[in-house]
Design a protein. Structure first.
Length: 143
């Protein structure tokens, strides 16, 4: 029988491995699957799906996915190192979003973007960087 520490370690590994893949999935889904690059064809259903996915990923990024871990194991799975890794990841995601916004600002006079598309790019890159960074930091710290 696994101890609580071993169970928390397994949950942490699972979260660490899943986070980068979720980050890449966000980028791929946000950039291609839902909108198929045809911004004129965006409808309320696609906007609702995108918004739900973005909010869900934001909750995972900010919470570190701790609600996926049983309540009794959360203190062990969300130790100081994990919280520090999540803080770094959120900071990197914020930086990625800001850089993306700056690029959109500089490029917009030459290649106009709708506000919807610009927001989509900023949110997608910010969330993806947060999850990629969190997963990679966790993998590095877990050994």
């Amino acid at each position: 029988m696994d101890s609580d520490t071993e169970k928390a370690d397994k949950a942490s590994w699972g979260r660490a491995v899943a986070a980068p893949f979720l980050g890449l999935a966000v980028l791929l889904a946000h950039q291609g699957v839902f909108f198929n690059w045809d911004w004129d064809a965006v409808n309320f259903v696609a906007m609702g799906i995108w918004t739900a996915l973005a909010l869900g990923v934001l909750v995972v990024a900010v919470s570190g996915g701790s609600w996926l871990v049983p309540r009794s194991l959360r203190p062990l799975a969300n130790d100081d190192v994990t919280r520090a890794n999540r803080d770094k990841a959120v900071m990197r995601g914020f930086i990625a979003a800001m850089i993306t916004a700056m690029i959109v600002f500089v490029v917009a006079p030459f290649e106009p973007l709708s506000a919807q598309r610009a927001a989509h790019l900023i949110v997608s890159f910010g969330l993806a960087m947060t999850l990629l960074s969190f997963g990679l930091e966790e993998i590095r710290s877990l050994g």
